[in-house]
Design a binder for this molecule. Sequence first.
Ligand code: FES
Length: 122
Amino acid sequence: MVIKILCDMERETTLAEWHEAAASGDLADEQGLQVQKGRDRIYLCRSQGVAHAVEDRCSHGEAVFSESGRVRRGALLCLAHGARFDLASGRCLGAMRCPQLRRWHVREEDGVIFLGAEYPPG
Ligand code: FES
């Protein structure tokens, strides 16, 4: 499922800028979907009741999480080669040494999930 967000093509720079990404009911626990914000394809997912947003591309290769990812207990598993990422930090877990995933702020309010600015790297 792809949901396009209507916003300009500029990268957000402040947390004051939030864009509606999905209805809360569209995102079941331990599931995810691709949303687009400007030029970025973002994997919006929910694990243990908390919504997260990371880039929809594995940092190990070119696998797309919305096609070959699995969300479980706060982590995102890439089914291509088995890399696992912590959803809260974007960091790779376990033995594989993959770059950190890009992440975006997420806010959920009154049945709507909003995407905010991208977190700085690190
Ligand atoms: S592309 Fe994701 S683990 Fe290799």
